[in-house]
Design a protein. Structure first.
Length: 313
């Protein structure tokens, strides 16, 4: 574990290199982005919770996504905004490990949730007559339990393997704390950590990718065969938006993790991709699902109107 002496030493994240004239505009933009992310995700979350017509497997699975998105955004933005204003990129080892845990927990959670949602769409489109039997309340609870159990156990193990070591360096090579950047602070043999890291990449990246590839291949085949243009169009719209969200997260996460293992990889490209993981999915998820899913969009509008009218009375 980290010694007391290690905890007294502060770690240093990569400088933001902002000029004095850019500090407050960048802070305002970052704060606005964070507030939009929290507001939009809370809208989706509360709408699904309050509206009984949305208490269906598709939306109950979707309910988990804004929770994960807000965890990722909150792990990243508050410290970034503090760093922008103070121009202080120091962070304690305990805070850094907490941030790393939450960010990995968010990324893994999103991949697993999107995979479960893809399976739900596959059953709805390819086996519509058996949908209620397959996606029963018991099955739904089991899927949600497995999502969070696998996520928590895998990431806790990742972090516990990391905290066995003492740190011998203090400069973190990324804009935020994560397992690969923390591994580079250790001077001891980290072979077990490297193997476990590769195992998690293969399992948590390859597993969801396999599920998405299979389910979407079956959905595409079913859509091509159907004689109902409206049903085909609706399926393509729903699945197309879902696929965009998944690919943004999957590709950027894979490249970010892999470039840590490649000596000649550009650190600037890695940092841009790393930022995009924490910016685009939490920002786009509620917008895409709120706008593309007619039933959810209608419920959000009704809920906002109801609250607006209540506040005027």
């Amino acid at each position: 574990m980290y010694t007391n002496a290690s905890y007294m030493d502060l770690l240093t994240l990569v400088p933001l290199d902002l000029s004095a004239t850019h500090i407050y505009p960048v802070f305002a933009l970052g704060a606005l982005t964070y507030l939009i992310i929290i507001f939009c995700n809370l809208c989706v979350l509360l709408t699904i919770a309050v509206c009984k017509n949305l208490h269906k497997p598709m939306f109950i699975l979707l309910f988990n996504l804004p929770i994960s998105d807000m965890v990722g955004a909150t792990a990243f933005f508050p410290h970034l905004l503090f760093s922008i204003v103070t121009q202080n990129r120091m962070i304690s080892p305990s805070a850094c490990i907490t941030q790393a845990f939450l960010i990995h927990f968010y990324g893994t959670g999103n991949l697993l949730i999107l995979s479960a949602m893809a399976y739900d769409r596959y059953v709805a489109i390819c086996c519509p007559l058996r949908y209620n039997a397959i996606m029963s309340p018991k099955t739904l609870i089991t899927i949600i339990f497995l999502i969070w159990f696998i996520n928590f156990s895998m990431i806790v193990t990742l972090i516990l393997l990391l905290t066995r070591f003492k740190i011998c360096r203090t400069n973190i090579v990324d804009l935020y704390c994560n397992n690969p950047s923390l591994m580079k602070l250790i001077c001891e043999d980290t072979t077990i950590n490297s193997y476990y890291g590769l195992f998690t990449i293969v399992l948590l990246q390859g597993g969801p990718l396999s599920i998405i590839a299979y389910t979407y291949a079956q959905i595409l085949r079913t859509c091509v065969k159907t004689n109902h243009p409206d049903a085909r169009k609706k399926a393509f719209q729903t699945c197309g938006a879902h696929l965009v969200v998944f690919l943004i997260l999957q590709i950027n996460t894979a490249f970010t993790l892999i470039t840590h293992r490649i000596q000649g990889a550009s650190p600037y490209m890695r940092r841009v991709l790393g930022m995009s993981i924490l910016l685009f999915p939490p920002f786009l998820d509620p917008i895409i699902y709120g706008l593309k899913t007619t039933e959810l969009k209608r419920s959000i509008v009704m809920l906002l109107k109801r609250n607006t009218c209540s506040s005027k009375l």
